[in-house]
Ligand binder design. Structure first.
Ligand SMILES: Cc1cc2nc3c(=O)[nH]c(=O)nc-3n(C[C@H](O)[C@H](O)[C@H](O)COP(=O)(O)OP(=O)(O)OC[C@H]3O[C@@H](n4cnc5c(N)ncnc54)[C@H](O)[C@@H]3O)c2cc1C
Length: 552
């Protein structure tokens, strides 16, 4: 880790194109643009993609959908907005979410402040003016007083280093870079590589259309049913009537979900009761299998093993070929150690005659050839290869943006041993730079936590402006404390080091826990302290203080 520079220069002039420059038109960046404008800042947003949506713009693969309940993922800042958008399903499919985010942008007249197809490639803090000079791939330059990178945690697709990947002459797609026009799978020989959350969504959806589907699995996952359903007219009414109550539950939930938290330990129940409870969990929606399960499920080995055995029996009951069923049952990790995927008809897919499963631990890919994939078992020809191989989680986008703080400090260098943050929104040595929805955010329903961060950032920059300051930069001590809290949380986290929440899926990435285990309660507590202490954890400076900035 490189040491953050000490403050010695104060801004003395300010000529900017915009007060606030937001990067990223996902749910977080759009909200930041809205909030900044609401508070009277001039604000612009630049986005590498050609449209609004972030994750829901890039991940257009068949079957892409929420694991969060649609209405809990959506914006909650406007009851009118909530009332006028009728989500069709409890777990909306990608096109609906993309439509929703476009609706929000138009409804609040934000589109004219957004520049698409504009990738930020450099951002340099100018000590003398206290502003950011931001360069884009197309060669343009923008100067902003505040830079907010809402660049996403799962926005940099990862391709494993498989020899020959570029040689393949058929069609090749990453789920996270899916084309805007639908891919025609009809009667094609298709390979899907990867069985994480995206792989298990696409497999059942394309299986009937393709001539053959070969699924390449590196690690089996503990998949449980999503249990999606259309939202009935009665439920639509209840959602509207219960809006305030829903917000209350979401705002007090550690992970931003509605699911009631479990209130019993596994061995408080008899074996028969446990079996019935697990059956209810299996039939419950999405993440409730984590949040509403037995309180000790993730930490009591025996309880976890029993739940895993319950799932294993389900898999054996669904998948007709016992050998395939065994391959689909994880042997190397317990439930919750990795982010568990939720599925609709995934295991059933392996009963179809045109679908086969390859265990990459038994038969690793040797190379991709011009016409297919070669393993120890020989070469298999394909027309289409789908890479469902995940993302560089948490820090991927931020460390690729060419961010340079005071005295040219490179963010990727400062974070070379892992990210250092306060509240997951700022890092020392990079004044007026914020990154809501980046590393050190909480696991769970992302927009709830990211929205809290955006609200905090908006309050902070409003405070800076209204008190006549020009720059705000977190103190090293506050950053040390928050980063140490995140590191300590790693020990108590249910996720194991094999989880991408530790960066383990990316070769060479530091193995650091990337989440705030304390969730929203911890964030709220720290934000309250910051507000009560008049931003004591931050160094605020004004032009007239040049050389003697207010330091606390
Ligand atoms: C398939 C899939 C399903 C998911 N389902 C859920 C779910 O159900 N619930 C949940 O809570 N989370 C889910 N997630 C996580 C999801 O990423 C976040 O919920 C959500 O997208 C966060 O929004 P965001 O605006 O912070 O980031 P993103 O939506 O990732 O948006 C970031 C944007 O920044 C842009 N960007 C990045 N770098 C640059 C640059 N240098 N210059 C310009 N633009 C840049 C990107 O192009 C992107 O559009 C899912 C993720 C995936 C991949």
């Amino acid at each position: 880790m490189t040491k953050a520079p000490q403050p010695d220069e104060r801004p003395h002039q300010r000529t900017t194109d915009t007060d606030v420059l937001v990067v990223g038109a996902g749910i977080t960046g759009v909200y930041q643009l809205y909030r900044a404008r609401e508070m009277g800042f001039s604000a612009q947003l630049v986005e590498a993609g050609g449209g609004v949506g972030g994750t829901w713009y890039w991940n257009r693969y068949p079957g892409a959908r929420f694991d969060s309940e649609s209405y809990t993922y959506a914006y909650l800042f406007s009851k009118d907005l909530f009332d006028e958008w009728e989500w069709q399903e409890h777990f909306a499919e990608q096109p609906e979410t993309e439509r929703y985010l476009n609706h929000v942008v138009d409804r609040f007249d934000l589109r004219r402040h957004i520049r698409f197809d504009t990738r930020v490639t450099s951002a340099t803090f100018d000590d003398s003016s206290g502003t950011w000079a931001v360069g884009t791939e197309d060669g343009s330059q923008l100067r902003a007083r505040f830079l907010v990178a809402a660049t996403g945690v799962l926005s940099v697709p990862y391709f494993p280093d498989v020899p020959g990947r570029e040689d393949f002459r058929g069609e090749s797609y990453h789920t996270g870079l899916w084309p805007g026009t639908p891919v025609d799978f009809a009667d094609k020989r298709v390979a899907v590589i990867g069985t994480g959350s995206s792989g298990v969504q696409i497999v059942p959806v394309i299986a009937d259309e393709v001539a053959s589907l070969t699924v390449y699995q590196r690690s089996a996952n503990w998949c449980t049913p999503l249990n999606n359903a259309p939202i009935t007219p009665k439920e639509q009414q209840e959602l509207r009537a219960g809006f305030e109550d829903m917000c209350e539950v979401l705002n007090t939930s550690i992970a931003g979900f509605l699911h009631p938290v479990g209130d019993r330990a596994a061995f408080d129940d008899s074996e028969t009761e446990r079996r019935a409870f697990f059956e209810r969990m299996w039939n419950s929606p999405g993440f409730s299998k984590l949040s509403s399960n037995y309180t000790d499920l993730l930490f009591n080995e025996a309880a976890n093993a029993e739940w895993c055995e319950f799932i294993a029996q389900k898999i054996r009951g669904i998948v007709k070929d016992p050998g395939v069923a065994e391959m689909l049952i994880p042997k190397d990790h317990r439930f919750g150690e990795k982010r568990p995927p939720f599925v609709t008809g995934y295991y059933e897919t392996f009963n179809k005659p045109n679908v086969s499963l390859v265990d990459l631990k038994q038969t690793p890919i040797i190379r991709v050839t011009e016409t297919g994939i070669e393993t120890d078992d020989g070469e298999w020809p394909f027309d289409v290869v789908v890479w469902a191989t995940g993302f560089d989680f948490g820090t991927g986008a931020l460390t690729r943006m060419g961010i340079r703080g005071r005295h040219g400090l490179a963010l990727e260098e400062y974070w070379s041993d892992g990210p250092r943050t306060f509240l997951g929104v700022q890092t020392t040595g990079f004044p007026n730079f914020f990154f809501p929805g980046g590393p050190h955010a909480a696991a769970g329903n992302n927009p709830r936590y990211n929205g809290d961060q955006v609200d905090f950032i908006t309050d902070a920059i409003t405070y800076v402006r209204d008190h006549g300051y020009d720059t705000i930069e977190v103190d090293a001590a506050a950053e040390d404390k928050w980063t140490a809290m995140v590191d300590r949380g790693a020990a108590d986290a249910p996720f194991g080091e094999s989880s991408y929440f530790f960066g383990t899926n990316i070769p060479g990435k530091p193995r650091k826990y990337l989440l705030n285990s304390g969730g929203r309660p911890k964030l709220f507590k720290e934000i309250d302290k910051v507000i009560e202490s008049d931003y004591k954890s931050f160094r605020l400076a004004r032009s007239s203080d040049r050389g003697h900035g207010r330091q606390r």
